[in-house]
Design a protein around this ligand. Structure first.
Ligand code: SF4
Length: 434
């Protein structure tokens, strides 16, 4: 087995994907080489997600495939949310694993690597007691044009269905100076599209004396010379303030898109979810966005079949879809997770009912998206070129985060150009370069 080679597979959300970029950069900096398959690697890492049971089972399945490699010099490590949640239990279920570390311990990764290299059989990083964020100048970014910047890690909310406060620990914000410095460095290396990341970016609070809030930071990042687009995710409705919409109004570099997870349209369910806002408070935020100077795309997340969700509650969610007319949404069937308050809640919704509700929701949203996308036919949209599809079309993305596939021209990857929308589908647009 070649020494100092690693394979890293990532599951889950954008935060995990970007953590993996930072983990890769740290390993490369320490003299490791990345390889494409676990078979070729001396160190095999899985950066895991525990938001749903399925994602967790997938990791154990992967580990089982390599059980026989134990003792043959290959080192296995589990990172991320499953590592934090399961802790040392992972060693029982998969005895060939040597490293178990949650994201709050990644700052200790270089030390943990030294221990592993020195032959330690079991190394753990499971403490959640940290005030630090995982900052590294060595992140090995996967995309040459769009870069992610973590501005806040962890979460201080306690939504009753969510494992994140348990797996990622309490909120820690980065200093505004280090965020701006990273944005400037990225711009200088050719990135034009930035995405600010955090479990709840709205509760960003600059720990330095400047004490900026999220809206101030957003505006300042948008002023970075060379940056053409800035997005942010994820927002919590309770902390989403009007100043964020005002920053978008004032800075065209801030994309015409806000993702604001609602989870349910029923106050009763929102209360059981401990989401800390009512439907009418949420709608007040939607009104701010609908009154913005530019037309903002609004997207959301919805959970169907939360314990105790009645047919009437679900109808209220469907009515909310009509009221807001989301541009896109992610919908999920509720799945109970360990260490969450909802796990102990009575009144589970039967699986087949959850499936039926999800299908109804998806169908309704599809019709809304079809209608909204059709209204764009004939318009000219600026896209950033992201690639080429199998049909030979260029793949572009609009500021509203719509995929606009198009023909014509020979643009470079990462270029920005105007495209006329000729056709619309529920999930994408098609057009021609003007
Ligand atoms: S805001 Fe709620 S859903 Fe989001 S990460 Fe925190 S606890 Fe989870």
């Amino acid at each position: 087995m070649p020494a100092k080679t690693f394979y890293l597979e990532t599951f889950g959300c954008q935060m995990n994907a970007h953590d993996s970029e930072k983990v890769s950069g740290t390993l490369l900096e320490k003299g490791y080489t990345r390889v494409e398959t676990p078979e070729e690697a001396g160190l095999v890492l899985y950066n895991t997600c525990s938001i749903r049971d399925k994602a967790e089972q997938k990791v154990y399945h992967r580990l089982q495939q390599f059980r026989r490699e134990a003792g043959r010099g290959k080192i296995f490590g589990v990172l991320g949310c499953v590592a934090q949640q399961e802790g040392e239990k992972i060693f029982e279920r998969a005895p060939h694993v040597s490293l178990v570390a949650g994201s709050a311990s990644y700052t200790r990764l270089p030390e943990m690597l030294v221990e592993l290299e020195a032959g330690s059989r079991r190394v753990t990083g499971l403490s959640l007691e940290t005030e630090e964020t995982f900052d590294t100048p060595f992140a090995r970014r996967d995309n040459p044009h769009r870069a992610y910047i973590t501005i806040i890690e962890g979460c201080d909310k306690s939504c009753s269905y969510c494992v994140v406060p348990f797996t990622r620990g309490p909120e820690r914000s980065r200093s505004s100076a280090s965020v701006l410095e990273e944005a400037a460095r990225l711009a200088a290396s050719g990135y034009t599209d930035l995405q600010l990341l955090g479990q709840n970016v709205n509760s960003y609070r600059d720990p330095s004396p400047a004490g900026w809030d999220f809206a101030t930071l957003l505006a300042r990042v948008a002023e970075t010379p060379g940056i053409r687009r800035v997005r942010f995710t994820t927002s919590h409705p309770r902390d989403f303030v009007k100043a964020i919409v005002e920053a978008i109004d004032d800075h065209p570099v801030l994309c015409d898109h806000v993702h604001l997870p609602v989870q349910s349209g029923s106050d009763r369910v929102l209360e059981r979810m401990q989401r800390l806002y009512t439907r009418s408070e949420y709608m007040c935020r939607i009104e701010w966005m609908k009154n913005a100077r530019r037309s903002l795309a609004i997207t959301t997340d919805i959970i169907v079949g939360f314990p105790g969700e009645t047919g009437e509650d679900f109808e209220q969610t469907l009515a909310l879809l009509d009221e807001v007319e989301y541009d896109s949404l992610f919908s999920f069937k509720y799945s109970p997770r360990p260490n969450t308050a909802a796990m102990a809640m009575a009144d589970p919704v039967p699986e087949e009912e959850k499936t039926a509700r999800l299908a109804t929701l998806v169908e309704k949203q599809r019709a809304i998206q079809m209608r909204k996308n059709s209204a764009l036919v004939g318009s000219v949209q600026e896209v950033m070129v992201e690639g080429r599809n199998q049909a030979g079309q260029w793949i572009g993305r609009t500021s509203q985060n719509r995929v606009l596939n198009f023909m014509g021209g020979s643009p470079a990857m990462g270029a920005y150009l105007p495209v006329r929308v000729m056709r619309a589908g529920p999930n994408s647009l098609a057009g021609e370069a003007t």
